[in-house]
Design a protein around this ligand. Sequence first.
Ligand code: FUB
Length: 447
Amino acid sequence: MKTILSILAWIVTIPALLAQNPLIMDQFTADPSARVFNDRVYVFPSHDIPAPEGKGLREDWFCMEDYHVFSSENLTQWIDHGMIVSQYDADWVDSTSYSMWAPDCIERNGKYYFYYPANTKNVGPNGRKGFGIGVAIADNPEGPYVVEDEPIEGIFGIDPNILIDNDGQAYIYWSMGDIFVAKLKDNMLELASEPHKIENLPSEGLKEGPWVFKRNGTYYLTFPHVENKTERLEYAVGDNPMGPFEMKGVIMDESPTGCWTNHHSIIEYNDQWYLFYHHNDLSPHFDKNRSIRADSLFFNTDGTIRKVTPTLRGVGITRADKRIQIDRYSDISGDGVKTAFIDTLDTHKGWKVTLSQKGEWVRYNKVDFNDKNYKVVGTKVMSPTGSRFEIRLDAPDGDVLATVDMKNTNDWAVENTRLKNSPTGVHDLFVVSDENTAFSVDWIKFE
Ligand code: FUB
């Protein structure tokens, strides 16, 4: 029955989501483990939910019942493939604990192995009650996944992460205050060596969420660490996947919004490296309801990682005929430009950006006009006193694509404006205020 339900959930694949940062707007997501499978990026995040009344371990704590998987080939349009594993699927999981924490997934010999931590119902094969790590297996990254009956023997911990080295040896990393590693047997289900704590990492402060990858023969062990009050992403390097590793520095500073956790993954896709991570964009007052993000990551010539600054614009090239959420911009002219939730009672509706002085601008990088010969731009706008702005190409004083005149209204309206010319190729867009009267923009879309 469980398998049939999983198959049905898989067939009813959910429509394409369009995203900058955060990547997923219609639900809370955290702990993004990104993988490249079959030339697509798949993200396996945790799925935060507000605690159902009387459920979960604590009211003010993480509450996670199941996992979804998302995929994209352009990092802009994401498909939600639906629920793949839930806390009710495996008998060993305590299904009152809502503790389906950070997962990972890896491919081996055409099978997809999904690793997930959860609280055990009973004293587990590791001899303890607490967090164990389960495995579910599928023939496709989207599922359907079939769960193994027992968690991996010998592991007590959270945040599994898998590395398969070039010689075929698989390693599993996990955390429980510190970071641990063991070899995996070829079946990917059993340990092939004793768990071993990774030494030489900072001795003070929580370390969790390991993500290990190999680049130019060097193993990078990257992980969130509480150096001060909240987590920041740090890394160490070594020439052996079991360590020792040498600390190298910080990949991303603590979240400016105070989100206590940050959990990440790093992939290379189409010759560009990306950092997937989370903040609490959609839940500014409760940081256990998080949202996943992605930004580009770069290496220095000596192999060290350049610190990543979190952005709202995120990654990918946005198609001109999709809604361009310019409230998640690349840059603004200054403090006068403000963003706010469209509806503070439903943050999932996203943000608006408000300009009020002539000359203020918002920049949105990388919009693909292709050679579609667009004629009209639709803008969802609101201006209580009426106002006017220009859409310009590539600079605040670049070519004017359209001048949008807004009627005075306290309601959102979609204004359709004819384009003065039809661009081709990829351009940065600028929305430039033409008057000293306030207006807000939700999105822009070319037709
Ligand atoms: O999402 C629950 C826990 O928070 C994860 O397992 C940790 O890595 C932290 O992000």
